[in-house]
Write a protein of this length. Structure first.
Length: 435
């Protein structure tokens, strides 16, 4: 493997800074399966958990135990029984569950206690807390089948978990719960993660999943799209189906962002959280907002947005005809059919540069990071076009751009074609950002 050069590492680290700030103090619930714990990449994942913790994320980890329980049941000479994808936990099976989960918990605690010189854990002093945070009730009899000691989550003691997070500890939840009568129940780990995320009001619920089969698809899905995928794609693995189902339930219960991150790729969790393009799939209930390429039907909406600013002299006037001709350069933010923001990118391919223009957010939606989102989108597009520089001409928004990495440049430094059109009366200032 080729090592990235120090300069690239530095750039990567600097680019991660906004995400480090955005995630600090947030609560993330992360689910990983028993299979993940058996994989070679697991040691790296443990390091990543400790790194997230040291970057100020409040972490609740939920582990699965399916293959480990399975192994123990087989060792007892028994066969696992499932109905509707859920284990039927009879008296013998619950013994296997207790043993398997107990061992996994100890293993997790041991791994999180490591602080060995010359490893990413060096110097880490982290406390991992597990306990009776999950109250369960029996699933009972379904389709005439008694699930015995298989249960479902009744309540999560979120105050106690918060208390631990406040103290700077990890919380580790297992796929087990206890009833007020003192019984032990085997739960689905996905369900524990879903319930924990919703009762803690977590900022993110993350499933480390075998989702490489979705890689070619979109990076973001609405719950409706995720549901469609679940219902129409019968080739999905059982694991992915379980994760999608729990993701949907979590969205319905108010968790804003659910991520599916490839459990087979070393570092995928860090990539998802600390890089611009991420690496996984985000399912978000914020369905009504869409950043998309503008089409000819959007011309009216864009004109509504631009006209007041043209009248105020903030933007150069564009006729409807001109806008129609240039519509392919525009991106818009569509919120439930209303255009609340727009931006345009005019590439100057020969100069390896692009002009960002018409960045506008509807006055009622300002101050929520929408413009920033449009800028990032344009930067990604410009990079895709192999442009090396983005420039902008502005009269009143200089500081906004400067705060986002643009520096003043001389008008003479603009591409010749742009310079020829420069309106000296407007006295716009030019700013550029290297990509
Ligand atoms: C500039 C504009 C696009 C920013 O949209 P937005 O969605 O509010 O932007 P963000 O949420 O990403 O950023 C908000 C921050 O930018 C600051 N900001 C807004 N307008 C600014 C300006 N003209 N100069 C400097 N900073 C500005 C806000 O104060 C806020 O900062 P704060 O969080 O520290 O208070 C929007 O104000 C707008 O549409 N303005 C009119 C059109 C315009 O001037 N476009 C640029 C010409 S290309």
């Amino acid at each position: 493997m080729t090592q990235p050069n120090p300069q690239e590492q530095l750039i990567w680290f600097r680019n991660a800074a906004p995400y480090i700030n955005a995630h600090r103090g947030r609560c993330f619930v992360v689910h990983f399966s028993g299979e993940t714990m058996q994989a070679e990449t697991f040691a790296g994942l443990i390091h990543d958990f400790t790194l997230l913790q040291s970057l100020g994320i409040r972490l609740v980890l939920v582990h699965g135990a399916r293959p480990q329980i399975e192994e123990r049941i087989q060792d007892q000479g028994q066969q696992s029984q499932y109905h509707r994808g859920l284990r039927i936990t009879d008296d013998q099976a619950i013994t296997a569950v207790r043993q398997a989960v107990g061992c996994l918990r100890i293993e997790m605690e041991a791994r999180l206690s490591m602080s060995i010189a010359n490893t990413p854990m060096s110097g880490a002093r982290l406390s991992c807390i597990s306990g009776n945070f999950v109250t369960a009730r029996p699933l009972g009899v379904i389709d005439g089948i008694d699930y015995c000691h298989t249960g479902e989550v009744r309540r999560i003691n979120h105050e106690a978990i918060r208390h631990q997070l406040d103290a700077g500890n990890f919380v580790l939840l297992s796929p087990m719960g206890y009833s007020p009568t003192g019984e032990v129940f085997n739960l689905s780990a996905e369900d524990v993660a879903r319930a924990a995320a919703s009762s803690l009001n977590a900022d993110k619920l993350i499933f480390l999943s075998d989702c490489s089969e979705l890689k070619q698809g979109p990076e973001q899905m609405t719950p409706a799209e995720a549901e469609q995928l679940l219902n129409n794609d019968s080739d999905l693995s059982d694991e992915l189906k379980r994760h999608l189902k729990s993701a949907l339930a979590a969205c319905q219960q108010g968790v804003d962002r659910v991520h599916l991150v490839d459990r087979n790729r070393d570092g995928a969790l860090l990539e998802e959280l600390y890089t611009r393009d991420g690496s996984g799939i985000l399912i978000t209930a914020q369905t009504y907002e869409q950043l998309r390429q503008a089409s000819i039907e959007d011309v009216g909406g864009i004109l509504d947005l631009l006209s007041p600013l043209e009248e105020a002299g903030v933007l150069v006037r564009r006729s409807r005809e001109q806008l129609e001709l240039e519509i392919a350069h525009f991106r818009i933010l569509d919120r439930d059919g209303m255009i609340i923001g727009c931006v345009a990118l005019y590439p100057f391919i020969d100069d390896h540069a692009g002009e960002l223009a018409c960045l506008v957010i509807h006055p009622e939606y300002r101050g929520h990071g929408y413009a920033e989102r449009l800028l990032k989108n344009i930067e990604t597009t410009a990079r895709g076009l192999q442009l090396r520089q983005l420039f902008v001409l502005t009269t009143q928004t200089a500081h906004w751009f400067q705060e986002r990495g643009f520096v003043p440049i001389d008008i003479e430094k603009l591409p010749v074609r742009k310079r020829e059109l420069y309106n000296y009366q407007r006295r716009s200032m030019a700013f550029a950002k290297q990509l």
